[in-house]
Design a protein around this ligand. Structure first.
Ligand code: L34
Length: 279
């Protein structure tokens, strides 16, 4: 029997744990989310992050900046947030307008406040096994995988996608769990065959319903990171859920799978950042 992983419910549990820890710690973690421009999807995600943070007792604020803001002005804002003692977490929602260099902006955030875990220092710490803030989406995926499978040691994991935000950190976290990890991508030869070796298949490519049943080993656990909006406005993942799910041991749906876990892990990272900064 296939288990449909309920990411929304699991995220709620994580949020409750974060709320409890904040309450007993006496900390007042601060999170600032920066939204540049008015991409409708980003507006939804940022609103959800702000609300979820407030609900667990995080002092959250969202700064909305016009799409035309210069990179220099944005960097000035970030510098002020870096210096603000009440702010423990800074998140600049991506994507940014084309005239702004995302890497420069991410690397301007203090690594200790980088609750996205995107800063080159956090990425470097993570791959070298040092204390790091870890990107929220891969962290959420690992939590779901451990819940579904227990110990991941020795399992074959295939990650489709090699982005700095999901694919690469995901592969690293799976490696830390003692998986045998393959990173597959658009240039991979015979992608379906590579994927069919996986005990754990993580799809993070941004191609609607790309992963089909013949790509998936019987009894695999499939994590769908894709959030694609169809012409009808409906969300769908990178996995063809109807086709694939009967073959799996467990699978995440879209929506209601990885997305809510990303937000829960942001709250977890904000608490973590506050604990470290207030130590
Ligand atoms: N800086 N930019 C930064 N950090 C991030 O971690 C993100 N990401 C991605 C886009 N840009 C970012 C997110 O927050 C994607 N993302 C994200 C987070 C949450 C959800 C989706 C994407 C989410 O809550 N998804 C819901 C559906 C929401 C809806 O109806 O649109 C779900 O159930 O999947």
């Amino acid at each position: 029997m296939t288990k449909i992983i309920n990411g929304k419910e699991f995220a709620q549990k994580v949020r409750a744990l974060v709320a409890k820890e904040i309450e007993i710690s006496g900390l007042k973690p601060g999170l600032t989310v920066v939204l540049v421009g008015n991409d409708p999807a980003s507006e939804v995600y940022v609103r959800n992050k702000d609300a979820a943070a407030k609900e667990v007792g995080i002092n959250a604020q969202t700064i909305k900046l016009p799409a035309e803001i210069s990179q220099a002005e944005l960097l000035t804002k970030i510098d002020a947030l870096n210096k603000d003692k009440k702010v423990h977490g800074i998140l600049v929602q991506l994507p940014l307008p084309k005239h702004i260099d995302e890497k420069a902006v991410i690397n301007a955030i203090s690594p200790d406040k980088d609750v996205d875990g995107f800063h080159v220092i956090n990425a470097g710490r993570a791959v070298t096994g040092q204390d790091a803030l870890v990107p929220c989406t891969p962290l959420g995926c690992i939590m779901l995988l451990k819940d579904a499978l227990g110990d991941l040691t020795g399992l074959n994991a295939v990650v489709i996608g090699r982005s700095n935000i999901v694919g690469k950190p995901m592969a690293n976290l799976l490696l830390n769990e003692n998986c045998t990890v393959t990173i597959a991508h658009s240039k991979t030869k015979d992608l379906p065959k590579v994927c069919a070796q996986a005990d754990i298949l993580v799809a993070a490519v941004g191609k609607p319903k790309m992963v089909k049943a013949n790509w998936v080993k019987e009894g695999a656990v499939v994590i769908d990171v894709g959030i694609n909006r169809g012409p009808d406005g409906k969300l769908c993942g990178d996995v063809d859920f109807e086709d694939v799910s009967p073959k799996t041991k467990a699978i995440t749906p879209v929506p209601g799978g990885v997305g809510p876990m990303t937000i829960a892990c942001l709250l977890k990272n904000t608490l973590e950042a506050a604990k470290r900064l207030e130590k």
